[in-house]
Structure formats: C-alpha cells, structure tokens
Design a protein around this ligand. Structure first.
Ligand code: ATP
Ligand code: MG
Length: 403
C-alpha cells in the first residue's frame, strides 16, 4: 500500500521531542487511517509512553494543558490547532456493582466506567476500537506498526472490524456503535460479519451512553464534511432512530430530499475549502424547508418580532431532540433562516443592509447553496458576493468561539 504521509512538520517535531526525552511516541488514530486512504486528516492524535505530567514537563515552554476526568490527556496548542497527546492505556479492570453510576446499574457487566490505567504500546493498540483505528506510525523513523496484524489489510479492503470480541467491545462502550457506523458512512467501509451482528444486537445500549458524549458526537457528525453519508449509514443500519429520532422519522418526508441535497453541497464546499465548517449552518439546513414556510405565511411585522424569532429557535431545536445543541448555535441558525427571504429582494437598500448584517456570511452560504440546487435568481453571485469581512475577522479573531 502506498504510504507517503505528508505529516505537518510540527507534528513530527512533537513526536521527535518526546522520543528525544526517552519516551515512545507515535502518530495514531484517524490521521494514520486517513493517510493510508490518501485523505487529508482533520486532526492529529499522538500516543506516547509518557504520562500526562511527563508530557507537560517535556513541553514546558509550549502551550500544553492536561484535560479530562474520565480519560486524562494533554492538549498541545499550535496556533488554533489542538493536538491530543494521550498516554498508552490498557483495558481497565471491571468496576464493582457498587461503584457504578446509578443511571446504569443494570448495564452490561462489561461496561467501562473509567479508562485511566496506563499500559504498553501493544496494550494500547488492543484497547482501541477497530483494527483500522489501531495503527501506529513513527514519522521520525518512518515506521508503521500494525499491532493487531489486520489494520492495513482492513483499510485496503474497506472493512470495519472490532478488535477482540465484538459483542464485548460494544458492551464495554456503546459509543463504539456510532463510531463503527461513522467509518461506514464516511469511507464507504463495510462491517465485518461478526462486528455487524454484534452491532445490531447491541444497538439499544446506546441509550446508556452519557448525554454529553452523545451531544458531542452529534456536533462532530454535523460538522463532518461527510456528514450526510454518515447520517445515511446511521439510517440504513437502524441507528438513526436512537441518535436523532426526529431526523429519522422525517427521513422519507419530501423536505428531506432537499435537506440532503443542501447538506451534500455544503459538505462538498467544505472539502474543497470554499467555506468553513459550522454547526449553526448545519442546524439551519435541517429546519430550512419548514422555517421557509412559516416565514412565508407570517406577516412581515410578525417576522420581525422577538416572539417569532423564538418560535424559529424552537423549530430548529425540535429537529435535534432529545439532544440540545448550544443556545448560541440555535440562535445563529435562526438568524440565518430569518435572513433567507431577503436574498430574493431586488431593493438595493435591502440588499445593502443584508450585506452589512453580522449574520451575512452563513446566511449567504445557505442562500448560495439553495440557489445552486433550486435557482431563484440568476444574478446571485453579482449581487451577493462572498463575505470577505467574515474572512478577515475569522483570521484576526481565531480564538473566538465559532458557531
Ligand atoms: P476522527 O478522524 O473522526 O478524529 P478518530 O478515529 O481519530 O477519527 P478520535 O475520536 O479522534 O477518532 O479518537 C482517536 C483514536 O482513539 C481512535 O482512532 C481510536 O483508536 C481511539 N478511540 C477513540 N474512541 C474510542 C473508543 N470509544 N473506544 C476505543 N478506542 C477509541
Ligand atoms: Mg482523531
């Protein structure tokens, strides 16, 4: 298999420094998988024999922070990029019944509640979820390690195979069900037979996963540039009804076709670097057809009221229940939706105000995509150019939380 990873020099630098301090260190996880698939990784995970405190000592001149309770690791800040450095772990010891959180007293015996026992590199490979996620690459010595013996082969054949006994691995952590189907969606991989059976038999265990982890996963899926394919894999495997029940129940509704087309186009634009990923924009896409009807049937004066805006916010939220995206993202999504009708205006004053509006960038992106699928004006690009101001403020204010 062709493996010539274009690893950013600062990543190789971090690994080289850890090695120079006497520790083992590798690039792991999604980045190695993406390099093997000739895709650009979206972030880098590093795994090392150094403990979080030791990592902190090695990089005391850099911006590093120990984070996490359930799984302690180090965040290394490089500009606005965060590199995760985690210490080799081994499979944790089972927790006694008395130590289990109340909510999950009757969870399967194998379920993991803590994950902080350090181990060797081999043990670390084995506690990972799937063979394609358990490859270790040393960029300093240009060496690839496939400790499960099947990772490279499975990537080549596009197979998602649980490491160890699939049933046990899904019981240990039901979020792995979601992670397996993400691989199916975003790479077009197939589930290996035993993994597929265990996944189907464990699917309801996802109800036991913590709300915060599920919400985090939902945000990741919405941001993912292959998000529409991931949702399709979730739907086809009967998982979407547990993860996003509202979207699942609307799946065959006529609006969904347009929503999926918009998402597909949005994701294509993210992959081509034509627009940045945004959660609020994704939220607005799901609510767009219903919101457009509400806005069209309301009086202009009503649309401008705070009460109406709150109704649109509730409408957006309703698509994601029982999860709750942040109020900030919901608010930004509602703003994007409320600006949509103005893109049809021929009044230069309305057009001008729109271009100066702080919500112009996302609103323009949604209107642009809609116009490319169901055209409503030929002169769109002349009248509504991309927002350069947004780009400038994006560069200037990199640390600002993005919606
Ligand atoms: P992405 O490209 O979406 O970041 P990823 O595979 O890198 O995909 P991360 O959540 O960044 O996903 O996790 C990094 C690595 O940690 C994974 O590749 C996997 O080896 C391991 N991992 C993450 N979550 C789990 C889990 N629930 N169980 C076991 N291993 C996990
Ligand atoms: Mg990753």
């Amino acid at each position: 298999m062709n493996f010539q990873p274009q690893i950013a020099p600062h990543i190789t630098g971090i690994i080289a420094e850890l090695q120079a301090a006497g520790y083992e260190a590798y690039l792991v996880g999604g980045a190695v998988r993406d390099f093997l698939l000739q895709r650009q990784p979206k972030d880098y995970d590093i795994s090392t024999s150094a403990t979080p405190e030791e990592v902190k000592k090695v990089f005391r001149k850099n911006r590093v922070m120990i984070i996490g309770r359930r799984f302690r690791l180090v965040h290394f800040y490089h500009g606005n990029e965060i590199i995760e450095i985690s210490t080799f772990r081994k499979k944790p010891e089972p927790v006694s019944a008395a130590e289990r959180p109340k909510k999950v007293q009757d969870a399967p015996e194998n379920m993991i509640f803590r994950d902080n026992e350090f181990g060797t590199v081999q043990e670390d490979a084995e506690r990972r979820d799937f063979t394609v996620n358990a490859l270790f690459y040393d960029p300093v010595n240009d060496k690839l390690f496939d400790f499960t013996g099947m990772g490279v082969e499975d990537i080549k054949n596009g197979i998602v195979r649980a490491i160890g006994v699939p049933k046990v691995r899904f019981e240990e952590d039901p979020v792995r069900i979601l992670r397996a189907l993400k691989l199916v969606g975003q790479y077009g991989f197939t589930l290996e037979k035993e993994t597929a059976e265990a996944l189907q038999n464990s699917i309801e265990l996802i109800k036991l996963a913590s709300e915060s982890r599920i919400t985090l996963e939902m945000e990741k899926v919405l941001k993912n540039p292959y998000g529409e394919k991931i949702l399709e894999a979730f739907h086809n495997n009967g998982f979407l009804k547990y993860f996003m029940p509202e979207i699942d129940s609307h799946w065959d509704h006529e609006d969904m076709e347009f929503i999926r087309d918009i998402l597909t186009k949005r994701n294509e634009r993210i992959r081509n670097g034509e627009y940045r990923e945004s959660i609020s924009l994704a939220l607005s896409v799901f609510a767009y057809p219903s919101a457009a009807r509400w806005i069209a049937s309301a009086k202009k004066k009503t649309v401008q009221t705070k009460a109406f805006r709150m109704e649109i916010e509730d409408l957006v939220s309703s698509f994601f229940l029982p999860q709750h995206p942040t109020r900030r993202a919901i608010g930004a999504a509602a703003r994007t939706l409320l600006l949509q009708p103005e893109f049809a205006s021929n009044d230069p004053k309305v057009q001008d105000d729109l271009k100066r509006h702080p919500g112009y960038a996302h609103a323009r992106e949604l209107a642009f995509i809609r116009n490319s699928i169901r055209p409503f004006r030929e002169d769109f690009e002349e009248v509504f150019p991309p927002s350069h101001k947004e780009y400038r403020s994006h560069k200037r204010n990199r640390k600002r939380k993005r919606t």
